[in-house]
Design a protein around this ligand. Structure first.
Ligand code: ATP
Ligand code: ZN
Ligand code: ZN
Length: 830
């Protein structure tokens, strides 16, 4: 049997399956999706089996055998292997990069090399101290360890390897192993043990105590716990083991990040009429078992989560599994609680705040069918379930569903693809759907589909219990200044905050920090501190007084004197959450503020603790960045304030208005979700902007209509699709000439297909190459950057075209090579 293996070398030359012979003893174990170690170019590399065949494509004499099988159960399933191929085609990355994205980091094995003393090694063939040491290690040791111990014998080792006096082995070691704990078991029935305990001599009182404790506990116990509870020792337990009363075994442990937490079980709520209609539509689709994508457009507080929960329940009832994606940032304890509360042990949770070990164990619960629901951020879309019935993407408009490093996939598109493989339903949920999704859901269904398809748009325009959406006040901050108010709080917001403090109700304050940074500038000459390697300002960190580059990590101490004019008026600028916090303390003495931003949430579980404190009403104000805008559901929040709405409006990003509208709508939705009515204040310098005015009136339709007009006029999605290609090199001249060559080759290829047509031509197929031009960040890590933007429309396999155009540029000698990075459907073209 031949295994076709993708080896873990992410280069173009090796981006294809290689043939290996499957040794007889592995034949019944190796499957598509198996992880193996294979010899490759003199090393052993990790690889994935992507195909099996009876005969090899190469000369059988040149075939090498698979050297090891790394897991008894393949970590990947055939559908994921196929999906990886699709990912690599669509997002122009190597197959192995796509495969690696699907498994937990713990399984990204590293080769380790061992040396073994050959039995037939002759005396004197190796330096004696080396041979002796190896013998003392049982004849084998890690090559690394050997060389570290005897650096002077490196030559001897090499010649030993050549003559065969020592033999080299390589093996793939996982970064992390399954955690095992020594566990104590009783070997007999209760009566037998009790009798034996009675018979123990008086001096073995401790042993008796241990036995009786085990009986009281009534089940296996971890050795450590047993010793701690009985104040005994390992030797006591070992003695009982010797008497055959106890047995000690290593038992696999699941690292459960939620261990010891009680989740109050919840029952399905009676659905409102609006929820019921949507629920029934979803359930019909799940039952049909055919791929189907729906957009659940429900205003904030309309009860989307309850619909998800009941739909999942239905899906599980069919014996199928469900995946729920939520943005990393809103994977809050509240969200986890709602799922654990409904489905208990059947849920695996995957987010980036888990340790590698915890994540690995959650993943194993999925792979071993212990759970039926996976809830997690973006990468949970690769959960290795075998029969998926339903995929839910909550807050589908969130940009965090797009991965910014290779493979640069969008989880939404992967979900649709995976659903097609499984015949699953996809529910995209949001109060503010992305314009692309909204347009797709409104597109007329292809005619001729049997029975006529049901509409893909499921609206829930009302809040649960008929609660109103909160009224929104827009405050023009220019007017405030004109009237002599220099504070960062408008009079209105100040007044309402005072009122909430008096009533003991809670407020959420959002500091929109997108596009904001704290940078160092000289007030005398205008000098700003720049990164010496990148074309970007350094960001100032107040705590450490260090300036740091966000692209390359370069850090330096903030100057006290301007390096350019020696003036001492060098300051940092920008409004951070810290400044707002200080201001709050000044204006409202005694106010209790919880600040939530990157600085206060770095510690593990910090996010969770802060939200719990707020939920327990230990603070009056929750102040934060984007983190506070989503998913929170606190009954005593009756005021939401946005400190400055427009910081994100002025970014040179075609999605700036959409992002602002979404953020404002989401954060406004945190107010008045329960019995107490809410109010919202938005402070802005551009009160007339349509993103602000439509958010003020909770008018998604009006926003979309206006936004679509802009997108159409400028030629942006959803009227076309984008691909961003960034090229970089140390030499500007080389880069610019390679960039030109690439762009013209791409144009030629498009021309040959007859699709090189400008977007505004009105033809159904169009493909336009813009650039190359210098990237907005024109230098990064000492490399110059150029970019091409491709806009296209119609059924064009643009990825294939780009891969073809790239081929001659990426196959050359690596040193002179210009680096290319392809971003399909980019979120930002900055
Ligand atoms: N059928 C129902 N009966 C009573 N209460 C409900 C029902 N459905 C949902 N709720 C409650 O309504 C509140 C809002 O629901 P939920 O948080 O699911 O809204 P959402 O649509 O997800 O909102 P957002 O998009 O703002 O996060 C929650 O407290 C929830 O428990
Ligand atoms: Zn200066
Ligand atoms: Zn830098």
């Amino acid at each position: 049997m031949i295994a076709k293996v993708i080896v873990d070398v992410p280069s173009r030359q090796t981006d294809r399956p290689f043939d290996y012979l499957v040794p007889f003893e592995m034949e019944s174990w190796i499957e598509i999706g198996s992880r193996v170690g294979v010899p490759f170019g003199g090393r052993v590399l990790q690889g994935f089996v992507v195909g099996l065949a009876a005969e090899a494509d190469i000369d059988p004499k040149r075939l090498k055998p698979v050297s090891e099988l790394l897991d008894p159960m393949p970590p990947l399933l055939p559908d994921l292997v196929e999906l990886a191929k699709w990912l690599s085609d669509k997002y122009c990355c190597s197959w192995t990069t796509a495969l690696q994205a699907m498994i937990p980091a713990a399984l990204k094995g590293k080769a380790e090399r061992y040396v073994e003393l050959a039995e037939e090694a002759e005396e004197g063939e190796l330096p004696s101290e080396l041979a002796e040491w190896l013998a003392s290690q049982g004849g084998t040791a890690k090559l690394e360890a050997l060389l570290e111990r005897f650096p002077q014998h490196a030559k001897g080792v090499k010649s030993g390897l050549r003559t065969g006096a020592i033999i080299e082995h390589a093996s793939i070691k996982d970064r992390l192993s399954i955690k095992k704990m020594l566990t104590v078991f009783l070997t007999a029935e209760e009566e037998t043990i009790r009798a034996a305990a009675e018979e123990l001599p008086a001096r073995a009182a401790k042993q008796r105590e241990v036995l009786l404790y085990m009986l009281r506990h009534g089940g296996p116990l971890q050795m450590q716990a047993l010793i701690a509870a009985t104040e005994g020792s390992a030797s006591t337990v070992r003695a009982l083991e010797g008497k055959g009363l106890l047995e000690l075994r290593e038992v696999e442990q699941q690292r459960d990040p939620y261990a010891g937490r009680e989740f109050v079980r919840t029952k399905p709520l009676p659905l409102t009429a609006g929820q019921q209609a949507v629920f029934e539509r979803i359930v019909r689709s799940v039952r049909a078992g055919e791929p189907d994508t729906m957009l659940l457009h429900g205003v904030t507080g309309s009860g989307k989560t309850e619909v998800y929960l009941q739909s999942i329940q239905y899906c599980l009832g069919l014996g199928k599994q469900a995946i729920v994606l939520v943005p990393e940032i809103s994977l809050t304890p509240q969200m986890v609680e709602r799922f654990k509360g409904r489905f208990g042990e059947a849920v695996a949770v995957m987010h980036s705040r888990l340790s590698n070990g915890e994540r690995y164990d959650e993943w194993r619960k999925i792979r071993s069918r212990q759970v039926q629901v996976a809830i997690g951020a973006r990468s949970a879309i690769f959960a290795p379930f075998e029969s998926i019935g339903l995929i839910i993407i909550d807050e589908e408009h969130e940009s965090s569903y797009k991965q910014e490093e290779s493979p640069k996939y969008h989880a939404r598109d992967v979900a649709v693809r995976r659903a097609r493989q499984h015949g699953a339903a996809v529910v995209l949920g949001s109060a503010t759907p992305s314009i692309e999704t909204f347009a797709a859901a409104n597109r007329p269904q292809p005619s001729g589909t049997a029975g006529g398809r049901e509409p893909a748009l499921l609206p829930m325009p009302e809040r649960v219990g008929g609660r109103p959406l909160p009224p929104v006040d827009v405050i023009d901050m220019r007017e405030e200044l004109r009237d002599g108010n220099r504070s960062m709080f408008s009079r209105k917001l100040h007044e309402l905050l005072t009122d909430r403090l008096e009533k003991g109700e809670q407020s959420v304050l959002l500091l929109n920090r997108r596009g904001y940074s704290t940078f160092v500038m000289c007030r005398s000459c205008g000098y700003t501190a720049q990164c010496p390697h990148c074309d970007i300002s350094l960001t100032y960190h107040q705590k450490t007084r260090v300036m740091r580059c966000h692209y390359c990590g370069h850090a330096e101490q903030a100057p006290t004197k301007c390096p350019s004019c020696e003036s001492e008026h060098i300051r940092y600028f920008g409004t951070g959450t810290q400044r707002v916090e200080e201001e709050l303390a000044k204006l409202f003495p005694g106010i209790r503020v919880i600040r939530m931003d990157v600085d206060t949430t770095t510690e593990k579980n910090a996010h969770e603790k802060l939200l719990k404190q707020f939920g327990d009403r230990k603070a009056d104000v929750l102040l934060g960045t984007q983190m506070v805008a989503k998913g929170l559901d606190f009954p005593y929040v009756t005021l939401v304030g946005v400190i400055a709405a427009d910081t994100s409006l002025n970014l040179p990003d075609f999605r700036a208005a959409e992002r602002t509208f979404q953020l404002l709508t989401q954060v406004a939705g945190r107010a008045g979700r329960h019995h107490l009515p809410g109010e919202v204040v938005i402070q802005t310098y551009s009160p007339e902007h349509y993103a602000v005015t439509t958010a003020q009136h909770h008018d998604y339709a009006a926003f979309i209509a206006e936004e679509l007009r802009h997108r159409g006029a400028m030629g942006y999605p959803p009227y076309c699709r984008l691909i961003l290609i960034t090229m970089s090199h140390e030499q500007l001249t080389l880069l610019s000439s390679v960039g030109e060559q690439f762009a013209s080759r791409l144009r030629e290829l498009a021309e040959e297909q007859g699709i090189l047509v400008p977007l505004n031509s009105g033809l159904s197929k169009a493909f336009d190459v813009l650039g190359p031009v210098a990237s907005p960040i024109s230098r990064m890590k000492d490399r110059y950057r150029f970019q091409c933007v491709i806009k296209y429309r119609g059924s064009i396999d643009a990825s294939a075209l780009i891969r073809e155009a790239l081929a001659p540029f990426t196959d050359g000698p690596p040193l002179r090579q210009v680096q290319f990075s392809v971003d399909v459907d980019p979120q930002v073209i900055l």
